[in-house]
Design a protein around this ligand. Structure first.
Ligand code: DQA
Length: 150
């Protein structure tokens, strides 16, 4: 039995994150997405959380998955990739979901190009972790485990 009653975390990856392993390792590391997801799953299990994963390169699919989330999950960890910086459609979809959300970026978005410093989802998230590589997801899970355990 899990220690936390409401423990379903949806981990959502957006555009180009299926290409991890081929992207610049200086920013994104060497892991491909399945390896990253295995790592996240192991951390989640150790915290008594249950994770499901979703990735798409289609903005409308990302939006529709957010619409469906209240029936699927108790909280969401999202890395929308480049959509983070301009997709008000994703902002509005996340807003109507009313679930605890945490934003994660593998790379240090605030230390890269100017346009990456803007996040249109940050105001809807409990926290944003960036520049920590995969450890950012562990920090997000820890935060949500505390949030859901209360
Ligand atoms: C990213 C950062 C974004 O700026 C970029 O477009 C991505 C990945 C990250 O995880 O560091 O695709 O979200």
């Amino acid at each position: 039995m899990n220690a936390i009653a409401h423990n379903r975390i949806e981990v959502m990856h957006g555009v180009n994150l299926d290409q991890l392993g081929r992207r610049d390792p200086a920013h994104y590391g060497e892991d491909d997405l399945p390896a990253l997801e295995r790592q996240i799953d192991a951390w989640a299990q150790a915290m008594g959380l249950s994770v499901r994963f979703f990735q798409t390169n289609h903005e409308g699919e990302f939006v529709e998955h957010l619409h469906a989330l209240p029936d699927l999950a108790d909280a969401v960890v999202l890395n929308p990739g480049a959509w983070t910086h301009y997709s008000w459609a994703i902002h509005d979809a996340l807003e109507l979901v009313h679930l605890p959300a945490v934003e994660v970026h593998l790379s240090a978005v605030n230390e890269r190009e100017e346009w990456r410093r803007v996040s249109v989802v940050a105001d809807l998230c409990l926290a944003s972790f960036s520049g920590q590589g995969p450890d950012g997801y562990r920090a997000a899970l820890e935060l949500l485990a505390r949030e859901l355990g209360e």
